[in-house]
Design a protein around this ligand. Structure first.
Ligand SMILES: [Zn+2]
Length: 144
């Protein structure tokens, strides 16, 4: 049983009509001169060229315009980084208005601690809006 199966019933004959055709006609004959032993370009070099040309995925993503954030309060918008619909996390930081009020109060005469009050009041501070998912800094609301 197994001996009959091992016998090849259909002879596999590969017809190669002209294998010389696959060679480039401009290929120099090596060995004639003897001195030049540079590696000849392989006949399948065109395949390497195909592999080198990697498809560059330049997906034309439309830029997300962050709109609607004109306050220091958490705002619902679309994150430009992770592209999710989010409500921004707001972090308050000292801005120009805080320092300006502090300097103004100090010049007026409130030099005994009152001038530092604007540094601790939120409504005088700038607001940084962050994405709650990817912590991407989306927008900075400046008082001045
Ligand atoms: Zn995000």
């Amino acid at each position: 049983m197994s001996a009959e199966k091992q016998r090849p019933q259909v002879p596999m004959v590969m017809y190669e009509p002209h294998p010389e055709r696959y060679r480039e006609p401009s290929a120099p004959e090596l060995g004639q001169d003897g001195g030049y032993e540079y590696p000849s370009p392989p006949p399948y070099s065109y395949r390497e060229t195909t592999i080198v040309e990697e498809p560059v995925y330049l997906v034309p993503q439309p830029p997300i315009i962050v709109a609607g954030i004109f306050s220091s309060k958490p705002t619902s918008t679309i994150c430009p980084s992770c592209r999710q619909h989010i409500t921004t996390q707001v972090t308050y930081r000292l801005g120009k208005l805080s320092y300006l009020l502090c300097t103004s109060l100090c010049m007026v005469g409130c030099c005994f601690g009152c001038c530092f009050v604007p540094l601790f009041i939120k409504i005088f501070k700038d607001a940084d809006h962050y994405c709650p998912y990817c912590q991407f800094h989306i927008y900075r609301y400046k008082r001045l």
